[in-house]
Write a protein that binds this ligand. Sequence first.
Ligand SMILES: Cc1cc2nc3c(=O)[nH]c(=O)nc-3n(C[C@H](O)[C@H](O)[C@H](O)COP(=O)(O)O)c2cc1C
Ligand SMILES: *[C@@H]1O[C@H](CO)[C@@H](O)[C@H](O)[C@H]1NC(C)=O
Length: 211
Amino acid sequence: MDFFTSRADHASSDDHAPIARQRRKIIVAFTGATGSILGIQTLIALRSLNVETHLIISKWAEATIKYETDYTISNVRALADHVYSINDLSAPIASGSFRTEGMLVVPCSVKTLASINSGICDDLISRAADVILKERRRLVLAVRETPLSTIHLQNMLSVTQAGAIIFPPVPAFYIKPSSVEDLINHSVGRILDLFDLDTAAFERWEGWKRN
Ligand SMILES: Cc1cc2nc3c(=O)[nH]c(=O)nc-3n(C[C@H](O)[C@H](O)[C@H](O)COP(=O)(O)O)c2cc1C
Ligand SMILES: *[C@@H]1O[C@H](CO)[C@@H](O)[C@H](O)[C@H]1NC(C)=O
């Protein structure tokens, strides 16, 4: 049956190598909040850092990618090592026995935040996130909404108490950005800092500059 054989198709060749020799594995999910370019640039950065990526794109993330960027969905899928349908709850990343370092949801809608907070697990994004929390791995949610209601704030507090990290992609003006790309690179760089990955694609604060 498909259900049982699909596991082997998804498995990477080095799955049985000692953990130290394996590539780092990170799950990346895109949801339908505005800012799909942040997810795309994160995927590009992970690729250049040689991290193995496991990608899930929600239906509304597909819509925002098409509306907000020049990327096609197949361009975006090609940036990842493994891509799963959001409806495939038999995917390896739906189980804690498949080891990854953690998961990034970039951008994260308040709907997906709410699903994760309530433990619904009815799609692969909320299920994979639930697995990350139960296995005490790293979960970073780039929640994008403004202004925030009590519901959003309570959900953010509660997932933080469960171990997630809320990373709202808010711009840092101290970098004196000369382009939107500067702001994107800074946000992506700070997100990946949370996994101890250094993109080296943005300037770090080192105190006031002389001029
Ligand atoms: C153009 C566009 C922009 C949106 N921006 C946001 C946003 O910034 N934050 C948010 O929480 N939802 C936003 N939404 C609504 C979500 O797409 C919607 O709640 C959807 O159900 C999210 O589902 P998903 O998390 O499975 O992708 C936006 C929708 C559209 C069409
Ligand atoms: C943003 O980062 C990418 C690498 O991820 C780099 O190629 C590009 O030059 C950076 N852009 C700016 C404006 O620093």
